[in-house]
Design a protein. Structure first.
Ligand code: PLP
Length: 452
């Protein structure tokens, strides 16, 4: 379909406005402005309507190997020709899903060896909620039902995962509440919540706040703690190094499962295959999605330890959970090829030792700007925290729309970033170059100047 034909473009825009309900979007805004229809995406760039944009968000933090890769197109065509679809219920599998499960088990830290496939990060997290309940029931401890999540977290938008989130409008707009079976602990968000404590002291303090929640609820009632190693969506919150080992120790001591939501951080984003390695801890269960296929196909994985798998598989009885497209051949084939590309091009090492440190140094140079309170970076995920007063860390009221303005000023200069409250989030593809990072930082400084 050629979008260079103005009539076709306008027809598509009209259809979109009339019939397409967009996720996480104000429908009024879609009605007012003609949607930007993307024509093509290649490498780190998307183009449409004669505009070329450097995508410093890799879509939604997923297109790690870059857009439009020929090898991925070839694999997709071959997978569709070979086996366009078959389910994986009963003892039926397909070569791609079997090989992918094995690959994930080989790469995953510790004994995270058993993989369940779904389509999205939300489904992966909801799957683990259910597997945690199942695990404790099969261990004869059905009272362990409470889940502990944290402020500033994001785990998904299904009914169950929504209730885990730190994003209140997401819960309240639908008349939901946290419920007694979901408890929120504080985030290890030192800049906003650290008070007078040094970052490493605060890391231990924030972990101990989880322990207090476990003790208050009674460890016999708590199924799991679920947490993102780096809180991405709500502002790229990079925890102090002291935090994660202490959380893991506390969970072990109180016999509470630890679920690492590695939907964003998995597959190299923080400079190791998994952020558990970056932050020095081992979870009992983890979820993977975005970077699993670099967004080339919807696929996610819920991975559990041998011990959990033994309990779940140790009794006969059907696992009453699954999706029509669990282990989809096309999505699995694309995920396998994506992982192969990350390996052969050595992106994980590059993020850890080259492009990641370059990105961190370049972005940190913005900390001298009067609008910038803090720049946080882990590998290739970063948050630029805006502040009204750098000394007191006072924030702009959200109604002031400062962050949206900065992001808009970046966009008109050819750069896609993502506003999250008072934080500008950047999560570029791994194929980003040094020159593109220089461009990114230059644009961000101009956008900040324009806003200040
Ligand atoms: N978990 C984390 C940490 C995420 O960032 C996201 C999405 O941004 C999800 C889960 C939900 O994934 P999905 O949008 O694929 O359902």
């Amino acid at each position: 379909m050629s979008l260079s034909d103005q009539a076709i473009l306008e027809q598509l825009q009209a259809l979109d406005r009339m019939h397409h309900l967009h996720p996480f979007t104000d429908p009024q805004a879609v009605k007012k402005a003609a949607p930007f229809v993307i024509e093509q995406a290649k490498g780190a760039y998307i183009t449409g309507q004669e505009i070329r944009l450097l995508d410093a968000m890799a879509g939604l933090g997923c297109v790690n190997i870059g857009y439009g890769r020929e090898e991925m197109a070839d694999v997709a065509a071959e997978a569709i020709r070979t086996l366009s679809y078959y389910h994986s219920f009963s003892a039926v599998s397909n070569p791609y899903a079997a090989a992918l499960a094995g690959k994930i088990a080989a790469l995953a830290p510790g004994d995270l060896n058993k993989v369940f496939f779904a389509n999205s990060g939300s489904e992966a997290n909801e799957t683990l909620m259910k597997l945690a309940y199942l695990y404790w029931r099969r261990k004869g401890r059905p009272n362990k039902r409470i889940l502990i999540s944290r402020e500033y977290s994001y785990h998904g938008s299904t009914l169950a995962t929504t209730r885990l989130n730190g994003n209140r409008p997401m819960i309240e707009d639908f008349g939901l509440d946290g419920g007694a079976d979901v408890i929120k602990a504080i985030s290890p968000f030192w800049y906003r919540c650290g008070g007078d404590l040094e970052p490493e002291e605060f890391g231990v303090h924030a972990a101990k706040e989880i322990e207090k929640k476990i003790l208050a609820a009674g460890a016999d009632n708590v199924a799991a703690v679920i947490a993102e190693p780096v809180q991405g969506t709500m502002g790229a919150v990079v925890p102090p190094q002291s935090y994660w080992p202490e959380v893991a120790r506390i969970c072990k001591e109180h016999d509470v499962l630890l679920i690492a939501d590695e939907v964003v951080t998995g597959f190299g984003r923080t400079g190791n295959w998994f952020a558990q390695e970056t932050f020095g801890f081992q979870a009992d269960m983890m979820t993977l999605a975005k970077g699993l296929s670099s967004g080339y196909a919807p696929i996610s994985a819920s991975v559990v330890s041998d011990e959990i798998a033994d309990v779940i598989e140790g009794q006969s009885g059907v696992l009453q959970h699954g999706f029509t497209t669990s282990g989809h051949p096309l999505a699995s084939a694309l995920a396998l090829k994506n992982i192969e590309i990350i390996g052969t091009e050595d992106h994980v090492t590059r993020v850890r030792t080259d492009i990641g440190p370059y990105f961190a140094k370049a972005l940190k140079s913005l900390e001298d700007h009067p609008l910038v309170g803090e720049v946080r970076v882990s590998g290739l995920i970063a948050g630029i925290e805006l502040a009204k007063d750098k000394e007191t860390r006072e924030q702009y009221p959200l109604e002031a729309n400062i962050c949206n303005h900065v992001s808009q000023m970046a966009l008109v200069r050819g750069l896609i970033v993502r506003p999250a409250g008072n934080v500008v989030v950047l999560c570029p593809p791994f194929v980003i170059t040094h020159a593109e990072i220089d461009f990114m930082v230059g644009v961000m400084r101009d956008a900040l100047d324009e806003t200040y």
